[in-house]
Design a protein around this ligand. Structure first.
Ligand code: PLP
Length: 497
């Protein structure tokens, strides 16, 4: 059955999947959502034993119904190839009684690669299908990982340019080095004086700037988005939840139909929303455990039903989760409001105006499958150290937040359901914090000495993505104020007015 997409703020106008991917964000500032969540057509038993690519096709064809089989399979095979350092793409590692879904084996060693390896292909295919002649300019705000993954995905892709804004003092040294050394004539990287929310708000304003859109059109260009607000990022993320269940079943870690809980280190709410979609497709998922760092706006939301971004923004050792406006939550709000675009619009307008909103009791009741909690900096580093000491397995800081929250969940509920922790980054991306958590003595070492030491103590090879940037020259050095984002974009694109 065909799936069409409409805005979370106006369900009147429907577009196809390819149109939604091409546009990124709806004209009214809402996010595109499917008119229904399709059910899986194959059973978990039938999916068990299939490759990641096969399962990707089975899941994505149900959402992206206007793509042909050939188009979709080509996108999948171009995305999930030797850019990943393992043939299985998303391996599951068991440590103690918990499963870790490692989503960091792609080009930039963070889970953003899972979606951003395929998004450029979905987008150029979508442009072809819709006879879009304009050059596509990807605008992205990044808390560190999206930026590099999007740059790597779009670099030198014909008919596209990509501009990435990151908070100048809000990403790890390795993350920054990864971005500013990016090759490709169509890539632009800018540090802004501000935090991630400033970058994201600035990018959203550029998307909604009518005057700029007109100038772009005259110059033969149009914006699109690679942030997780693009439905073309969300759909590929549903895949690995289906894949994980099938894999655990194949390996007889679980019985057919047995529920599993998933724990997701959360920032913009994209990854955990994908798990929610997977559950709605029929994957036997029990609890969706939403793990936050000290920016615990989501924890407070799940406890009280009130979303309130009016608080201090904390810089933590898990920067990709340092977010106070979780954009994708809007898709969940829309859903629990009974697909009521008007209601959702009112709440989002309140968020824009006052920085907060409150959902009704009736909406709150529909969040019963979600559990939210958070881990502070001390609990996070303790989690890294303890798991390393007992098993030798080294977690990155984001995954450690999830691990610490899972401990709290177990203590609180005594729930012993089989559990999958989503491991969103390689520890090599956050080496200093990871090594400091294990032992304070490492602090004197340089970033790359730490890389080698981590390789030794964790008994894992240094990932090629890290080897590459060791000596790579800096190619991007633009820094601007958050008020100068528009002029910076126009300068890059050669638009004068
Ligand atoms: C982006 C990111 C997250 C948060 O994911 P969301 O989909 O934004 O919730 C968590 N961990 C890492 C390492 C990330 O890069």
């Amino acid at each position: 059955m065909e799936v069409l997409y409409s805005s979370t703020r106006d369900s009147g106008k429907k577009v196809t999947a390819s149109q939604a991917i091409l546009k990124g964000l709806a004209d009214d500032g809402g996010l595109f959502v499917p008119d229904h969540i399709p059910a899986l057509e194959l059973s978990m038993r039938e999916l068990a034993g299939r490759s990641y690519q096969d399962i990707a096709y089975e899941v994505m064809r149900l959402f992206l119904t206007d793509f042909t089989e050939e188009e979709l399979k080509q996108c999948i095979s171009r995305a999930y190839d030797s850019k990943f350092d393992t043939e299985v793409i998303a391996p599951i590692t068991q440590a103690e009684d918990t499963y870790y879904l490692e989503l960091f084996h792609g080009a930039t060693i963070a889970f953003k690669d899972m979606a951003l390896s395929i998004l450029p292909h979905l987008m150029t295919t979508a442009a072809g299908k819709n006879h879009a002649e304009n050059e596509i300019v990807i605008l992205a705000a990044t808390s560190g990982d999206t930026g590099k993954a999007a740059l790597a995905g779009f670099a030198d892709v014909k008919g596209t340019k990509i501009i990435v804004f990151y908070p100048k003092n809000g990403v790890s040294p390795i993350q920054e080095k990864q971005m500013v050394t990016q090759k490709g004539d169509n890539t632009f990287v800018v540090g802004i004086h501000g935090n991630f929310d400033d970058a994201q708000t600035g990018v959203k304003a550029l998307f909604n700037d009518r005057e700029l859109a007109q100038e772009m059109e005259q110059a033969g260009m149009q914006f699109s988005s690679a942030n997780s607000i693009n439905i073309g990022r969300l759909v590929p993320q549903v895949v690995y939840y289906v894949y994980s269940y099938a894999k655990l079943l194949e390996e007889e870690k679980i019985r057919d139909g047995e529920k599993i809980n998933v724990v997701v280190p959360t920032g913009n709410f994209g990854n955990i929303l994908a798990a929610f979609y997977a559950k709605n497709m029929g994957v036997p998922i029990g609890k969706l455990i939403c793990a936050s760092n000290e920016n615990k706006v989501l924890y407070d939301f799940f406890v009280t039903g009130r979303y309130d971004r009016n608080r201090e923004f904390v810089l933590t050792s898990s920067p990709s989760m340092d977010i106070l406006i979780s954009s994708n939550l809007e898709r969940l709000i829309y859903r629990i409001a009974g697909d009521d675009a008007q209601k959702n619009k009112e709440l989002m307008e309140a968020l824009g105006r006052t920085g907060s909103y409150e959902i009704t009791e009736q909406m709150k009741e529909q969040l019963a499958d979600f559990y939210g909690n958070y881990a502070d900096e001390k609990e996070t580093s303790q989690q890294i150290r303890e798991l390393y000491e007992s098993t030798g397995y080294v977690l990155d800081t984001h995954t450690a937040v999830a691990g610490a929250v899972y401990q709290k969940y177990k203590t609180e509920t005594k729930d012993d359901t089989a559990t999958l922790i989503v491991s969103t980054a390689s520890p090599f991306k956050f080496t200093r914090n990871v090594m400091n958590a294990i032992d304070g003595k490492y602090d004197a070492m340089s970033d790359f000495e730490l890389v080698d030491e981590l390789s030794k103590i964790g008994n894992v090879d240094v990932p090629p993505a890290i080897e590459e940037i060791r000596t790579a020259p800096v190619l991007h050095d633009t820094v601007c104020d958050k008020t100068e984002m528009k002029t910076t974009v126009k300068r890059f694109l050669g638009i004068v007015s």
